[in-house]
Write a protein that binds this ligand. Structure first.
Ligand SMILES: *[C@@H]1O[C@H](CO)[C@@H](O)[C@H](O)[C@H]1NC(C)=O
Ligand SMILES: *[C@@H]1O[C@H](CO)[C@@H](O)[C@H](O)[C@H]1NC(C)=O
Length: 300
């Protein structure tokens, strides 16, 4: 009886994985890519307005949150806290490295730009430019870290937590997890601190209350949004953007989300919403299935 749904699911997983791979490799899937390009262009005004709204929501979250907003003095604690933060000292960018949020394409782009001799970001810096090969923010000393957090262009990539979870599930399919429900239960049992990076809430990985990101980029809209970001950051015009497939991947995931969500028990749905409550509150994910199950205090 459950054979057909499972078959469809397997097919969708394969499609999504394939799309994901194409997109990661910066590949092209001709028809899909051109279809997305025909989408209404995002104007600069709309882009900037959207950024304002996202940052306003984030500030409001941070004003209520207990998330640390200060840099720890001890190098060890600092290293732990900043373990996902990456910098390009040549281009003066700081970003948070979280898989399956679309930042892979961004990272590729930065690496490509860094290889070019004469690409610089026109921005006055309060210190001599480093040009260090090091990309881990935590490897610099506290003075440098503070200067970088204060002056670099800071970019955060966000994605619906349930979609990130599905992506993590797909990575683990075939290894040791049998059903999505078992996988979710394992995430819940491990808890926020012990869960694998792919499933950790973004707020705890990227510390948006400590690092005031200049741009919050949303999975599903990256191609257009990044075009504006690059322009605003003063990078040379006519840069060839990697072929972002996130908007296509998003369609598959919307369908997949419904299917997989229905395999969870009500308790799991509620617990999962609670698990990701900070992400759901800090960022606006339209149509996130988890938002509907955000718990009231008595169901926690
Ligand atoms: C410098 O930039 C120009 C275009 O702005 C390009 O034609 C040239 O190849 C670049 N030089 C190097 C060394 O990358
Ligand atoms: C921090 O690092 C910079 C660059 O490597 C160096 O110039 C500076 O003296 C260091 N500051 C401290 C307090 O160690």
């Amino acid at each position: 009886m459950r054979f057909l749904p499972r078959l469809l699911l397997a097919a969708a997983l394969a499609t999504a994985t394939l799309l994901g791979c194409w997109w990661l490799l910066g590949g092209r899937t001709g028809e899909l890519a051109s279809r997305a390009k025909e989408a209404l262009p995002l104007t600069l005004d709309t882009f900037l307005h959207t950024q304002q709204l996202r940052k306003k929501r984030l500030r409001s979250f941070c004003s209520r949150s207990t998330e640390g907003a200060t840099l720890p003095e001890s190098p060890k604690a600092r290293g732990r806290l900043l373990s996902n933060m990456r910098v390009s000292t040549k281009l003066d960018f700081l970003y948070c490295q979280v898989p399956a949020t679309g930042m892979e394409g961004w990272q590729q782009l930065l690496e490509k730009l860094e290889e070019k001799e004469n690409v610089t970001v026109p921005m006055p810096l309060p210190y001599p430019r480093q040009n260090a090969p090091q990309t881990q923010l935590s490897k610099f000393n506290q003075t440098m870290i503070k200067a970088m957090i204060g002056s670099y262009i800071k970019v955060l990539f966000v994605r619906d937590p349930f979609q990130r979870l599905i992506s993590a599930y797909m990575q683990s399919v075939g290894s040791h997890h049998h059903s999505f429900s078992t996988f979710v239960q394992d995430v819940l049992d491990r808890g926020q601190h012990n869960v694998r990076l792919e499933a950790k809430p973004l707020v705890s990985l990227c510390h948006p209350c400590l690092i005031q990101y200049d741009y919050v980029m949303m999975f599903g809209f990256l191609r257009q949004e990044l075009g504006h970001l690059i322009h605003r950051a003063g990078l040379p015009k006519g840069i060839h953007l990697p072929e972002f497939m996130d908007s296509e991947v998003q369609w598959t995931y919307a369908w997949l989300s419904e299917q997989l969500f229905s395999e969870l028990s009500l308790k799991q749905k509620k617990q999962l919403s609670h698990f990701y409550r900070e992400d759901l509150s800090a960022f606006q994910f339209s149509n996130s299935l988890l938002s509907d199950f955000l718990s009231t205090p008595e169901t926690q």
